[in-house]
Design a binder for this molecule. Structure first.
Ligand SMILES: *Cc1c(COP(=O)(O)O)cnc(C)c1O
Length: 223
């Protein structure tokens, strides 16, 4: 990886099939870094904290698509509704229903991904696979009026064991396919967001349609 953000983006893009989207994860990096990526043609950025996101948005070009990728507290939903093009990290039905209510109140439609938990760490948020499949089998999404579920997001275990990482990504992809099998009439349900700096090649091999890359674009984060 080089210190040149534009070169990093070009290098990463060249390894991704055209059908796989690239989310540049800019959390903890300043707006100047985002602008370097923007100048290289990148338009989709991911942030994981509401405060940081809402400070960055007004300082940056309007044609950026912002993805929210962190745990979203229910009391913060109203702050980001209408400002982000995709909430990738819906990790409970309560949060989903709140997003729907707030979107209805604002008169907009919010696009979301359902976050599924397959990793071995028990600290990561998300629906358990069975829970998620049940949600779709029971067609509970039919109660949503102002939310469009576009697919699922997941993370692999944080380990050097590539076999485990691969089996996690395969599990995420399998859950996506199972959801489509139980609800084949779902429209625009086409996104499998998985893969980060260290594991994106494995994720793409396992059927990712969207990778979220921070470190390999912007360098290490200083927390
Ligand atoms: C920070 C973060 C990323 C990017 O991680 P890198 O290892 O820096 O590429 C991807 N997805 C989520 C959900 C994140 O929080």
């Amino acid at each position: 990886m080089s210190a040149d953000i534009a070169a990093n983006i070009t290098a990463i893009r060249s390894t991704l099939p055209d059908s796989v989207g690239l989310v540049a994860v800019s959390k903890f990096h300043p707006v100047q870094a985002v602008m370097k990526a923007y100048a290289a043609g990148q338009r989709v950025f991911g942030e994981s904290r509401v405060q940081e996101l809402t400070v960055k948005i007004p300082q940056l070009p309007d044609d950026i698509s912002w993805h929210f990728i962190g745990h979203l507290q229910t009391n913060k939903v109203r702050s980001i509704i209408g400002k982000v093009s995709l909430i990738e990290s819906v990790d409970s039905e309560k949060l989903l229903n709140l997003i729907d209510n707030e979107s209805r109140r604002a008169g907009i439609c919010t696009r979301v991904l359902m976050q599924v938990h397959v990793a071995m760490e028990d600290t990561k948020f998300g629906f358990l696979p069975d829970e998620l499949l049940q949600y779709f089998t029971e067609r509970r999404f039919e109660s949503l009026t102002n939310t469009h579920i576009c697919g699922i997001m997941g993370m692999a275990s944080n380990t050097n064991d590539t076999a485990r990482v691969e089996s996690d990504f395969k599990a995420i992809r399998r859950i996506f396919d199972s959801i489509l099998a139980v609800a084949p009439d779902l429209r625009g349900f086409d996104t499998v967001s998985m893969g980060m700096s260290d594991d994106r090649d494995i994720a793409v091999k396992c059927g990712s349609t969207m990778v979220r890359v921070g470190t390999d674009i912007f360098g290490a984060r200083e927390y």
